[in-house]
Design a protein around this ligand. Structure first.
Ligand SMILES: *Cc1c(COP(=O)(O)O)cnc(C)c1O
Length: 368
């Protein structure tokens, strides 16, 4: 038997979460963002759940190729555009749309020999200061692109730095709209947070939204609102088993550094999960965890392959008992990934992306 740790992917939950986005912005087209191998879920594992999308957006050409291999004939968008001139050949061949965020990418297009007109999303740096043309340089870039025979259609995009904060998008929205006001073309501005929190507002409404994290069941503004508030379901369950137990007495300590000390008798379970599986080492004593679907807490330091949990609330737990690190337990109880992430001082994004390759991924319902 392999080590009992598993990441179970729930395609029905992915489908449900996509539908939630649809309801939030019924008139917009959806770019389902599947970068980072679908936020750690595996593109192939979520593809069926995302069938009802209007397009797929990612960063890597090989991920785009994988989506085409799955039979997707609809739109595909490279959010960072291409990384060198040769990449444009693959875009031509596979009909991939791509962002254009810098002069070099326009130079490559101008030098690219193609029969196929490219569809591009001209990206504005409206204040995030990551990728894109500043508002001052945006219209010149548009004019250059517009003059190229290689370019068939130009759309406009920008990305928010503070969509989860009240009025956090105001400044970026203003410069984006001011700069693109009279330019013809589709617009794409909203990530998950902008879509769910503000998608129905007039100046936020756009042709294409770009939801990522909400498709994977994390709240875009945790802890203000949790995933249940937004009607999102967990798409990944990280589960393992109890592989050992210990009966502790007052004064006993647990794990490396003896970071936890008992003040009375306590039954401890050892779980086959550690930081080498992608569970954050920084999670302190008290991080929530489910044993047989009952909420309890971690004890002491997370080590490479194991961690300890408090079995006091689950007296029946024994060797082989189910442990849910995040996601949905067999009895239906949910431990939101956002809660575990918060205990680690990070976001659900990082946890789902960090699940280690040695963790077996299983697709719920597959092979039935
Ligand atoms: C990752 C990404 C998104 C999706 O962001 P979420 O917060 O996961 O919804 C949208 N647009 C761009 C450009 C991105 O890089």
């Amino acid at each position: 038997m392999p080590r009992p740790i598993t990441a179970t992917i729930h395609p029905e939950a992915v489908r449900h979460n996509l539908e939630r986005v649809r309801q939030a912005v019924p008139d917009a087209k959806l770019w389902s963002v599947i970068k980072a191998n679908a936020y750690g879920h595996g593109i192939e594992n979520v593809f069926e759940g995302l069938r009802a999308t209007d397009g797929f957006a990612m960063l890597d050409l090989d991920e785009a190729q994988r989506v085409r291999n799955l039979g997707w004939r609809g739109p595909i968008l490279l959010l960072e555009g291409v990384f060198e001139l040769r990449d444009l050949e693959i875009c031509s061949r596979l009909g991939i749309w791509h962002a254009v965020h810098c002069d070099e990418q326009i130079d490559w297009l101008a030098a690219h020999k193609t029969q196929v007109g490219h569809r591009v999303f001209l990206k504005m740096n409206s204040g995030m200061n990551r990728l894109g043309f500043t508002p001052e340089r945006f219209r010149a870039a548009y004019a250059r692109l517009n003059a190229l025979p290689q370019v068939d259609e130009i759309s406009f995009m920008t990305h928010f730095s503070d969509a989860d904060v009240e009025h956090g998008m105001d400044h970026q929205l203003r410069v984006f709209h001011e700069t693109t006001l009279d330019l013809p073309g589709e617009r794409s501005i909203s990530n998950s947070a902008a879509t769910l929190l503000h998608g129905d507002e007039n100046n936020v409404r756009c042709d294409w939204v770009r939801p990522g994290i909400v498709l994977y069941g994390s709240s875009p503004d945790f802890p203000t609102h949790d995933a249940a508030h937004w009607g999102l379901e967990p798409t990944m369950t990280l589960s393992s088993k109890i592989i050992g137990t210990q009966e502790l007495h007052a004064g006993d300590t647990v794990g490396y550094g003896s970071r936890f000390q008992c003040d009375g008798p306590l039954r401890l379970g050892v779980v086959a999960c550690g930081y080498a599986d992608g569970y954050p080492r920084v999670c302190p004593t008290g991080t929530p965890v489910l044993v047989d679907g009952v909420r309890t807490r971690t004890l002491g330091r997370v080590s490479m392959d194991m961690m300890a949990v408090d079995l006091s609330p689950v007296p029946k737990a024994r060797l082989g008992s189910e442990v849910t690190l995040w996601g949905r337990a067999s009895n239906g109880v949910v431990l939101p990934i956002d809660e575990v992430a918060a205990a680690a001082g990070t976001l659900g994004y990082e946890l789902m992306c960090a699940v280690a390759p040695r963790v077996l991924k299983v697709v719920e319902g597959a092979g039935k």
